[in-house]
Design a protein around this ligand. Sequence first.
Ligand SMILES: Nc1ncnc2c1ncn2[C@@H]1O[C@H](COP(=O)(O)OP(=O)(O)OP(=O)(O)O)[C@@H](O)[C@H]1O
Ligand SMILES: [Zn+2]
Ligand SMILES: [Zn+2]
Length: 917
Amino acid sequence: MTVEEFVYKTLELLQEEREAEIQETRLYQENVSLKELQSKGVCLLKLQVKSQSTGLYGRTVVVFEPRKHVAALPSNGFSPGDILGLYDSGGCSAASQLGSGIVTRVSQSAVSVAFDDGLTVDSDSLYNLLKLANDVTYKRMKNALNLLNGYSHGPAGALINVLFGDSQPSSMRTKCDEIKLLNPNLDESQREAVSFALSQKELAIIHGPPGTGKTTTVVEVILQLVKLGNKVLCCAASNVAVDNLVERLAQCKSRVVRLGHPARLLESIQKHSLDAVLAHSSSSSIITDIRHDMDQALMAMKKNKGERSDLKREMGELRKELRTREAAAISEILKTADVVLATNTGACGEGPLKHVALDHFDVVVIDECAQALEGSCWIPLLRAPKCVLAGDYKQLPPTIKSQSAASKGLALSLMERQVQLYGPAVFRMLTVQYRMNRDIMDWASTQMYESRLRAHASVQDHLLRDLAGVTSGEETDTPLLLIDTAGCGLNETEDPDELSKGNPGEVDVVELHIKALTEAGVQDKDIAVIAPYNLQVDLLRQRLSARHPHLEIKSVDGFQGREKEAVVLSLVRSNRKGEVGFLSENRRLNVAVTRARRHIAVVCDTQTVQTHPFLKSLVDHMTRRGQVRTAFEYLPDIVPQNYTRESKDAKPKASAKSTSAGEKARERPQRERAERRKTEAGSESDSKPLTKNQDESRSVDIRKQLEAFKEDATQTLLQFPPSLNSHDRMLVHKFSEELGLQHESRGEGKDRYLKSLHLERMKREQQKREENAKQKKQPQSKKTKAKKQTKAGVSEIAASSSADTDLDSLLSAVAKAESVCSFIRCKASVLTLGQLCGFCRRQFCLSHHIPEVHGCGDMAKSHARMRISKEGVLFAGSGKKDNSMDPNKKAYLHRKLDSKLKDLATQRKTKSKEKEG
Ligand SMILES: Nc1ncnc2c1ncn2[C@@H]1O[C@H](COP(=O)(O)OP(=O)(O)OP(=O)(O)O)[C@@H](O)[C@H]1O
Ligand SMILES: [Zn+2]
Ligand SMILES: [Zn+2]
């Protein structure tokens, strides 16, 4: 591709992207409810002011937090440097904007925003924040691309030729194999990368997979370049990455200056910002004097209307003087600095860099290059004859709104384009990683990095149990844990209006696993919970944030560049079609998994996600190298899809019926087919630990044991030895569920055993216990847990006040209960935007209408299960196949199920009548 073609095409794609963004913003402001905006992560509603202060060179910094009863902010796409509009809680229309500011910090519980214009906020009011589209970036990219197109003389001529394939990259004549490293700890691959970067004449790429010390290497490259007398311009796509480099370089005593709005910089970095350096420079007192004079002139202008024109002239002169003085001071500062750092777009020619010559810099270093639009890289690139690009194009590319622009090439980063153009001749890969236990690393290494990664000895075997204060146990001894929800009916949400996806059942499992980890002594702050969907992130936060305030719960994209000791990944997707949505982006899964240092737990429906080969490779890896559990082990009361057990309060007699011999006989052939399918799928790849035959005979064995136990009325307990591996344990659970046997795991580690109890025997026991309890006249029913979370509903109010027979107060209580959300302590009005829960028939606001949120989760789940069994999915593992199920058979099952349900209902009615009578 020629420069002209590239520029032409990129400008067009950027335009398309820009239009998509504008279109989206317009949609937001016109048709979409604020609530929806919030769920898309572009706005935050009804925030209160936590604090406001003057800081940051005269700017007002306001910290916003959610209202008192909300534990955490909804998941959002806000990051430092974003431009936000401020609105009162009424809306987000352009007309009602109170001001705009820049995000300085975002945590799970607060957002800090710096406002330029002395704006003050009212600490009693509620505010909305909306992310504003920012066309400054576009303008700068467009400028740079146009400059690139017409580039004739400037320092980057030879570099441009290389980057467009017009001339081959070359290396320096003087070899520098005798570099004295400033950091003696660099490993072989890092040294090689440093020496390669120094010896290349125009282009060097450092490919740094997760945890391989890319920043460490880039810092060494920069320090070496400076030692050789080079002036370095160092850029990255994000403010965070730039600040990280500033911090590391400053530690090494190099003279650094950070360009950019001080509000966008980390506090520890601010002293290196141009503003701060300027304030401490020798010219600063003169500049302060001039500013002072200007302030006085301004005051005078306000007072003496008559002398205005004179004062105006004076102001003009002062302003001009200020500008020349400042320019001289800035120029001096930039020229004496060794390294100037900025974001790609911050390195534009209209900013402070206009005060240095175009050929001032010798090398441009771009970190995180794979996360930047190529257009933005051209802003700094035109300023030097050589560039060093660092990053990992196997992680997520920049976020692009327009799918079409992305697929037409906008998502291709400069780094990846060069690797495609020249191959190994222009890059060195870092191959020792300092983060992950090798069992975690191996999957990513094989799938993404040609099996070239090695785990450093300091991390290769590290486990959670090696952390101070953490006890050894099943959870903390394993680097890989797969919690399989297949066949457990923990389906993803199916709201067609909701663009995002959630999975409340997986939230339950994640909660229990977090509990196990923290009980073993792992600290909240060392655990990340990652989900690919914002809705799931919100459900997880609602459940976990209050109890674990330091637990980070984020989307995959929000975790790029980070690491945690333990990562719990909820993959969310669970559906009969095997749809995996944007989990199918391999790089997203790569990022998610490679955040983990010592432990990763993946909660997923293997049946659904295995339809995608890359996801399947992860499941296979975890099955082979790690522990596998089924969600049954976590949620003992979930019902497998093959086994229709009625709701808990029904009588045991009915339950015996539902596993009648006739029904079992009908299920068996289907189950066998499913098993066959499973082993066939396993044998397609060589990934299964057991051969097809071994696997089959193993499962037949276990099944026989369980069946024999069930037939034998003399036995009440069957124990399995602790030596059972995790796959076998899963089989025990699966078959026990299918046969209607109660089962549980007891003990820890080696002492662990699994026991199965005959369900009917258990029920008999329970019945006895219940009868005893009834005789003791226990008034409360056991199952009030769900109701506890909600306010007294209409029916309960009626019950309590009918005692007073005060009809008026009853009516007003009912009216009130109907106008506000029924969730405890929530005061949100439901008059216009309420949602009726189909299970408890109460009105909830949009934050609380999801059954799982307000306590109807169990009912929703059993409802969903019911529907699934109606639709013909009758046993674990049948999720995909049933499309091809014989329609006659399906109809038959359908009728059968309906009549059974009717039976149960009449049984229950007569039972309760008996009780009353
Ligand atoms: N040669 C080395 N010897 C020992 N530890 C190292 C070495 N290089 C890097 N590390 C360690 O590895 C971790 C990651 O390093 P660094 O911060 O440079 O990587 P990064 O580039 O920011 O991360 P990533 O590689 O994920 O992009 C740090 O804790 C660092 O101390
Ligand atoms: Zn409800
Ligand atoms: Zn509510």
